[in-house]
Every structure is written in structure tokens, then in C-alpha cells.
Design a protein around this ligand. Structure first.
Ligand code: HEM
Length: 229
């Protein structure tokens, strides 16, 4: 009988690349972005606002995780200067870390995260109180500014759609070159690599704290950011 529980004697273990919290946050994006578009197109405003706040909370968590998470989640590991990006584009593999985002992928990550964070933030102020629904922070801005913000919120959606298109094209490009980026983002690990140990564990309290802080911020904003004293 083939016992899959037996240790794989003599074989190096797979290399752990992405932690579970980062992966959960990542896969929430392809669920939330189309759902946010659909709810806006179909006037399901209560749901649109709730999902927008969930997206905001997840993005805030991802920002905190960029400082407190394991190596591959950390901005310090993958946000590199132009010299490293150019070296990577010239084919220098050593320009980036052995696992995680390449110097170019790091910047695409920052652009995607920033665009989604801006979009969720604009939504907080968007809308017209005399005509339809408003975001929870709409009363903090005047009608003219809210109008401009609403326009920006609508336009930015299409910018994000374009960025996601580019993101998927890049994943396909690497897949065609034989570099499978998708499996590690699903299962967390990739086949063994000589001399590479993979990400280490992070205390679970850190994840809990980051989730708590992100959730509290999203809730506070949902209630119109009342004074804390
Ligand atoms: C709305 C849709 C999507 C958005 C906004 C999005 C955004 C992102 C972001 C921000 C990252 C960086 C991960 C991090 O460090 O937190 C990332 C990585 C990644 N995404 Fe997506 N993603 C989307 C859809 C997809 C889909 C549909 C796939 C697969 C077909 C995919 C595959 C990947 C992979 C493989 C990586 C890792 C890239 C690397 O190794 O550098 N993404 N994505």
C-alpha cells in the first residue's frame, strides 16, 4: 500500500514561500473586486459599502503585514531601487531575493496595493446625500469635492481593471517561460531549491494583532470616524 504519511526520506522539503494570511488576503481580491463592480452596477449600495470596508480592512492588514509578517511579505525585502530593477530586467537573478517578489514584481505589488487602497479610501467620501447613497465619511467633505471624488472613484475602477489585466498577463508570461508563480500563491510552497530554507514562522499573536488593528480601523471608519475621546 502506498502510505503518503511516510516521511520522504532523502528528499528536501518544499520551500515555503507565502504565508497563509498573505494568501487569504490575496485571493480575497479576485472575489471582492468583481463583487464591488457588480454591486455598484446593480445599485446594491448597502452590500457595496460593506464589501468596500472589508477590502479596506484587508488592505490595512496587508500594509501592517508588510512590516510584521514573514520575510516574503515584508516591503523591506521586495521594494528595491531602480538599479536592482534594471539589473533584474537585464537578467541578473541575484538582483532580487531567492524567493518572493522579484524587484519588478515588488513594484507591481506596491502599485496594485496603492491603487486598491486609494479606491477604497475614495469610496469612503463618495456619493451625494441628496441623490443616492454615500460613503461613511462623505459628511466630512463638501458637495463639490464629493462629486469630484465620486468621478475619481468610478474612473479608478477601470485603472485597477487594467492593472489586474497586466498582472494576469505577467503571470502567464512567466508560466510560458516555465516559471510557475501560481502554485506557491495557492499552496504556499514551491519545489526544493538548493540552499534556500523558505520563510520562517511568525508568532500567531502578531497576525492576531494586525487583524485586530485592521478590523478596528475599518469599523471605526464605518461609523463615520467618530472622535476617540
Ligand atoms: C482582482 C484581482 C487581483 C488582484 C487585485 C491581485 C493583486 C495581487 C497583489 C497585490 C499581489 C502581491 C501579493 C502580496 O505581496 O500581497 C499579487 C501576487 C500574485 N498574484 Fe494576484 N491579484 C489578483 C488576481 C490574481 C489572479 C486571478 C491570479 C492567478 C491567476 C493571481 C496570481 C498571483 C500570483 C501568482 C502572485 C505572486 C506573484 C509573485 O510571485 O511575485 N492574482 N496579486
Amino acid at each position: 500500500m502506498n502510505d503518503t504519511r511516510l516521511p520522504r526520506a532523502g528528499l528536501s522539503p518544499d520551500v515555503s514561500v507565502w504565508d497563509p494570511l498573505l494568501r487569504i488576503v490575496h485571493w480575497s481580491f479576485p472575489l471582492l473586486i468583481p463583487a464591488l463592480w457588480w454591486t455598484a452596477e446593480n445599485d446594491k449600495w448597502a452590500l457595496h459599502k460593506r464589501l468596500g470596508l472589508v477590502l479596506l480592512g484587508l488592505l490595512v492588514f496587508r500594509l501592517l503585514w508588510g512590516f510584521a509578517g514573514p520575510q516574503t511579505a515584508r516591503f523591506a525585502q521586495f521594494v528595491k531601487g531602480p538599479r536592482a530593477v534594471l539589473a533584474y530586467l537585464r537578467g541578473d537573478k541575484a538582483a532580487g531575493p531567492a524567493i518572493g517578489h522579484s524587484p519588478l514584481g515588488g513594484w507591481s505589488t506596491m502599485v496594485l496595493l496603492a491603487a486598491m487602497l486609494l479606491q477604497a479610501s475614495l469610496g469612503l467620501f463618495a456619493g451625494d446625500p441628496f441623490d443616492g447613497t454615500t460613503g461613511p465619511l462623505n459628511p466630512l467633505v463638501g458637495a463639490a469635492l464629493a462629486d469630484a471624488i465620486t468621478e475619481g472613484h468610478e474612473t479608478l475602477f477601470w485603472v485597477i481593471a487594467g492593472l489586474v489585466g497586466l498582472h494576469l498577463a505577467a503571470i502567464c508570461f512567466y508560466a510560458a517561460k516555465g516559471d510557475d508563480l501560481l502554485s506557491p500563491m495557492i499552496g504556499g510552497s514551491r519545489p526544493p531549491m538548493a540552499g534556500v530554507a523558505g520563510i520562517g514562522p511568525v508568532p500567531w499573536t502578531r497576525g492576531l494583532l494586525a487583524c485586530g488593528l485592521a478590523g478596528a480601523l475599518a469599523l471605526w471608519v464605518a461609523y463615520g470616524a467618530p472622535p476617540l475621546t
